[in-house]
Write a protein that binds this ligand. Structure first.
Ligand SMILES: Nc1nc2c(ncn2[C@@H]2O[C@H](COP(=O)(O)OP(=O)(O)OP(=O)(O)O)[C@@H](O)[C@H]2O)c(=O)[nH]1
Ligand SMILES: [Zn+2]
Length: 316
């Protein structure tokens, strides 16, 4: 049978079959791991083939195969000697919630997020939340940032999870897709998910309570079906995602507005730092590339790898 992994708690995987039934599955001893080496062979979002173990226990199965992943996001543990854990796979899009205050979301955080989304090949959408609480200057900042990121090609929406403003627009974008919500602690992820699907409230609470009790040392993602033909993957404790094994000369490719200029630099291995005749720096001087974006880029290229690759995972 074919199915999708909705939950994983170590050695058991909850799989939803094409008929809509849930099965608790294990993996076969000789299961061949495809692709990257990770601590978990099967991840939430994976499309799998499974067999019902025996006729008496109709809801227990064995996963025999995993289909190629369209994309996946990983967590690398610093403590566990940089082991890789696949958090989720086959995402159609990721939403990043951004707030101007309470808390302030810094552009470097947004840019790191967008770079990783580009590298993972997952479309990213920016949601500027809490617009009900901003004064005139703060609303101008939202407008400025939304224009900046729209120009690059990202969809940006100003929303209020508490008043419900533009939540219908978010809903519309989610239909028929699997989405994930990210953002700093306090930006309103839970509030937005509750506004989208009030009945999911209980589950979210359960997860965070478990989390507080320290029952889980690892964070387990979970997929939820929403009432309007949409899925979300909830990743408790994870505010963003990171990538590793990214070469310095690759990073510029994940800034779409820099990538567009590729070939315009004098040197084809130009890092857009101090090289002469650099198309990116020329565009920067002409205000065609935003300074905040360039600053984030420089920080990513020249900064300590591990800080930018892992810090977004650290729990508060
Ligand atoms: N004014 C205003 N407050 C909001 C809005 N959305 C969320 N909040 C408030 O912001 C606070 C944090 O919201 P949460 O939904 O818990 O944020 P979160 O992103 O889930 O936070 P973590 O669980 O720590 O990651 C709560 O007090 C919410 O009521 C909004 O649109 N406007
Ligand atoms: Zn250059």
């Amino acid at each position: 049978m074919k199915g999708i992994v909705y939950k994983s708690t170590g050695s058991w995987y909850t799989v939803k079959s094409e008929d809509g039934d849930f099965y608790e599955c294990r993996i076969k001893g000789k299961f061949r791991i495809k692709g990257i080496k990770s601590t978990n062979p099967v991840a939430v979002g994976d499309h799998v083939i499974f067999e019902v173990e025996n006729a008496d226990e109709k809801t227990i199965g064995i996963i025999t195969e995993i289909e190629d992943r369209k994309n996946y996001i990983v967590r690398k543990s610093v403590k566990l000697s940089k082991q890789t854990h696949i958090i989720a796979s086959n995402l159609d899009q990721v939403f990043l919630l951004v707030t101007i205050k309470n808390p302030k979301t810094y552009t470097i955080f947004i840019d790191r997020f967008l770079v990783t989304a580009e590298a993972y090949d997952i479309p990213a959408i920016l949601l500027f939340n809490k617009i009900d609480s901003y004064d005139e200057d703060e609303l101008l900042e939202v407008k400025y940032l939304a224009a900046l990121y729209r120009k690059i090609g990202y969809t940006c929406i100003g929303i209020s999870a508490t008043t419900g403003k533009n939540v219908d627009k978010v809903k519309e974008l989610m239909i028929g897709k699997t989405s994930m919500f990210s953002g700093n602690s306090g930006v309103g992820k839970s509030t937005l998910i509750n506004a989208l699907e009030p009945s999911l409230k209980i589950k979210t609470t359960e997860i965070s309570e478990q989390h507080l009790q320290g029952q889980h040392t690892t964070t387990f993602a979970e997929m939820f079906d929403l009432s309007f033909d949409a899925q979300i993957i909830d990743t408790p404790g994870i505010r963003g995602f990171g990538i590793f094994d990214m070469e310095k000369d690759e990073i510029g490719d994940y800034f779409p507005e820099f990538f567009k200029l590729k070939g315009g630099c004098k040197f084809n291995n130009c890092l857009h730092l101090d090289e002469p005749k650099c198309a990116v720096k020329e565009a920067l001087e002409n205000d065609e590339v935003a300074w905040s974006r360039y600053k984030s880029y420089v920080q990513m290229v020249t900064g300590d790898d591990d800080t930018y690759r892992i810090d977004i995972f650290e729990k508060p």
